[in-house]
Design a protein around this ligand. Structure first.
Ligand code: PLP
Length: 440
């Protein structure tokens, strides 16, 4: 796995809970998977699928953010991947956090983050959750409907509210408008209601949808936010917060940053007294996690040459691996992703020869459900056998967080590394964070 052959060091995280589940048989430095076939026979954990998280990659994304969007403070969307070391690292680097629930708020507060660094960015909250947020000092929260205002006025009247407006989400893999966001036409009415209830509205948020593949939509969204700011002034408020949401795709990040920067300059030429934040999730973690999964079974339904000729489009080999759509690959169903397996270890070899003949293959998860298909059609070596390993990159966003234990399969563990540029800085920052947390 990229970055995995660098440092797997249980001492990276002094004073933190022992969450480093070093894989018993898979050593990430040398001869990674070579022992796997035979080891699998003896140790039930030796063949278990596992993630490799490169915290150095999370750090590098943060540097990229700071370089491209220095004016916008990231509030990491915890829902995307609440991994305990990712959130500790980001807390240590000074980001804020976008939380969607009591559970996420508690997780972030427990690591010592000040509640003012949290935005409760779920426009439809249970009243008990609103009350709890108030007790914990989490004041900034979004709303997009009048009922929410009534709830908040009862449960946390001192909240600092952010009106979430609709933005064009048609250029994103996961659209949200069907569920959230106030059309501009209803914003004056909502603000009037908030005034009537004596509530403080401090700003505007939007979300262009997750996995935005046309970042030009940020321009229109910022323009709408400007209109909402003006509506705020008319309603007697003085807005001081602009939240540009999430949606940032790794490959298009620099483009998105340019669109945002230009739009903010155009529509908010005088931004004195205005704090600008964002709620990136995927951008920080997607590339940082890879998954290694073991081939636990295989079938060759088209073993006969004549059968292959009859069904040329069908996979001739079906590989069954030990994580699937009910686990890490839930991203295929919920996050509309396609994944691309590659060979990590084959037989006794970690390096698969380029000349190895490949064949039409499919890859399946371990459960008894036929929806549990990881990859319906791909090219993999026909010589792969039970005990060999497949790798999957870009597995950090909306994967482990939504994995279930359907059929009794455990959620795959995470092994942490700090590969590549920034490794020593990650260690330093985490060590300092741990020391500060313990009052050292
Ligand atoms: N903010 C909110 C309110 C969200 O619902 C989401 C994703 O669901 C995010 C931020 C993170 O979005 P992304 O991962 O696309 O950056």
């Amino acid at each position: 796995l990229p970055g995995a052959n660098t440092n797997v060091d249980e001492n990276i995280f002094p004073s933190l809970p022992p969450l480093l589940h070093g894989h018993p048989k898979v050593h990430l430095r040398n001869g990674v998977m070579n022992a796997s076939r035979s080891a699998a026979n003896h140790d039930p954990d030796a063949e278990k699928a596992f993630f490799v998280a490169d915290l150095g990659q999370v750090y590098r994304q943060h540097l990229r953010w700071q370089a491209c969007l220095p004016e916008i403070q990231p509030f990491y969307a915890v829902k995307c991947n609440p991994d305990p070391y990712v959130v500790r690292l980001l807390a240590a680097l000074g980001t804020g956090f976008d939380c969607a629930s009591n559970g996420e708020i508690n997780q972030i507060l427990e690591i010592g983050v000040d509640p003012t660094r949290i935005i409760y960015a779920n426009p439809c909250k249970a009243v008990s959750f609103v009350r709890n947020a108030g007790k914990l000092g989490v004041d900034t929260m979004t709303f997009d409907n009048a009922d929410e205002l009534y709830k908040i006025s009862r449960a946390h009247p001192g909240a600092q509210l952010v009106v979430r407006i609709l933005a064009d989400d048609s250029k994103s893999i996961c659209a949200f408008n069907i569920k959230f966001g106030a059309p501009l036409a209803v914003v004056p009415g909502l603000l009037a209601k908030a005034k009537e209830l004596n509530l403080d509205v401090v700003g505007v948020s939007f979300h262009v949808g997750s996995g935005c593949y046309d970042p030009s939509v940020y321009t229109d969204a910022v323009m709408r936010a400007r209109t909402a700011f003006d509506m705020g002034t008319e309603a007697g408020y003085h807005f001081s917060l602009l939240d540009v949401g999430g949606g940032f795709e790794d490959a298009l990040f620099e483009q998105a940053a340019t669109y945002l920067t230009d739009a903010i300059a155009t529509y908010f030429p005088d931004r004195r007294g205005i704090k600008i934040i964002a709620e990136p999730g995927r951008f920080y973690v997607s590339k940082a996690f890879s998954l290694a999964a073991n081939i636990i079974a295989r079938r060759a339904p088209l073993a006969e040459a004549s059968a292959r000729e009859e069904h040329p489009d069908q996979p001739s080999i079906m590989y069954y691996i030990n994580d699937g759509v009910y686990g890490a690959f839930n991203c295929i169903l919920f996050d509309h992703q396609t994944v691309h397996p590659y060979v990590l270890a084959m037989g006794s070899s970690f390096h698969v020869a380029a000349s190895e003949p490949v064949t039409n293959s499919s890859v399946w998860g371990p459960t008894c459900d036929s929806i549990d298909c990881v990859c319906p059609a791909t090219q993999l070596p026909g010589a792969l056998r039970v005990g060999d390993w497949l790798g999957f990159d870009n597995m950090g966003a909306y994967t482990v967080c939504a994995a279930s234990q359907f059929n009794g399969f455990e959620v795959s563990n995470v092994v942490y590394t700090t590969g590549g540029f920034g490794a020593s800085e990650v260690r330093r920052v985490l060590a300092k964070f741990a020391a500060d947390a313990h009052g050292l």
